[in-house]
Design a binder for this molecule. Structure first.
Ligand code: FES
Ligand SMILES: [Fe+2]
Length: 327
């Protein structure tokens, strides 16, 4: 399970949250996020009166109004008004939760978060970035693995991430990790021939795929001495069936060129996401209820992502693993 209450979860695109409240789900739990003026709030999406979802109500002043009997709650979750009541409002509250808005994303923490939301390996002033949103019928481990999996690109993304040739190169993969994270480092790969690689990357030397608990799946593509492109996906399980993801594609700002590249890149990235979504949905629908996947030698990250999601330290944290493969 990805439920880690003291973590931050990216739950929405900033630009999609307007005057209306919005419901977001994290591991089957519902939260209502809403804006009042410049402030942003997150409450448990359940009115304490008769349990109607507050997210179906509306924002009135600095409160959210329940759609059922109109009780109003402020950003701290305290009841401020009970329509028709002639006495003081009862001392009831709905739980409120920390919320942040950063780089175009809204983050929520169900509990007491440690630190600030993870912004990605490339962030800050010298970086350009663009955002994508994705929702898949799948599980967190399958989606995280899919994003980080170098072996499916020949097939799922032929021509987009890879060239049309089936040429492969011998590369070395080093898998390391620590508490709550694992990464695979790919060395010896020449520049790939797919459209995205041609558009964005200079000379490629190393690429890295990384998972960080509870749901960051991040790729780095290195040029000679810096990261040319990174994609940071914030994933979480919404309910048993769906995984939501917000991806930040980032690159260094190269005198305006970076921005242009980011814009050009987005449509191809959207195609790649659609291809992934399609195969994940189909595979999910084709799975028998209790069949276990075969984890092969080339599935370098899967067992470690699973261990991290079980709250264990991945084995490679103590003994790094090296695998040679043709990619
Ligand atoms: S259920 Fe919310 S006001 Fe009654
Ligand atoms: Fe993919």
């Amino acid at each position: 399970m990805s439920w880690q209450p003291s973590s931050w979860y990216a739950v929405a695109l900033s630009r999609k949250l307007g005057a209306k409240p919005q419901r977001v789900m994290i591991d089957g739990r519902a939260f209502a996020i809403f804006r009042s003026g410049d402030a942003l709030h997150c409450l448990t999406d359940r009115c304490p009166h008769r349990f109607a979802p507050l997210s179906l109500g509306k924002v009135v002043g600095d409160t959210i109004e329940c759609p059922y009997h109109g009780w109003r709650f402020d950003g701290g979750g305290h009841c401020r008004a009970v329509p028709g009541l002639l006495e003081p409002v009862p001392n009831v509250a709905v739980p409120s939760h920390p919320v942040r808005e950063q780089n175009g994303l809204i983050y929520v923490s169900p509990g007491d978060p440690r630190g600030e939301p993870y912004a990605g390996v490339l962030s800050g002033r010298d970086t350009v970035s663009t955002l994508v949103e994705n929702r898949v019928r799948s599980t967190l481990v399958d989606v995280a693995e899919n994003i980080l999996d170098a072996t499916h690109t020949h097939f799922t993304h032929s021509g987009i991430l890879r060239g049309l040739s089936s040429r492969r190169y011998r590369i070395k993969v080093t898998v390391t990790g620590g508490d709550g994270w694992v990464e695979a480092r790919y060395e010896g790969e020449p520049k790939q021939e797919g459209i995205i690689s041609r558009l964005l990357e200079g000379e490629r030397s190393i690429s890295v795929g990384r998972f960080i608990a509870p749901g960051i799946a991040e790729l780095e593509f290195w040029g000679r001495d810096r990261i040319n492109l990174s994609t940071t996906f914030h994933l979480h399980q919404e309910d048993d069936e769906h995984v939501s993801g917000f991806g930040v594609l980032a690159g260094p700002l190269q005198g305006g060129l970076g921005y242009l590249k980011a814009v050009l890149f987005k449509p191809f990235f959207d195609i790649a996401l659609r291809q992934d979504r399609s195969i994940l949905n189909i595979a999910r629908a084709n799975k028998l209820p209790d069949s276990k996947p075969v984890v092969g030698r080339l599935d370098v990250l899967r067992p470690h992502i699973e261990a991290i999601l079980r709250g264990e330290r991945p084995a490679v944290a103590d003994v790094p693993v090296e695998v040679m493969m043709e990619l």
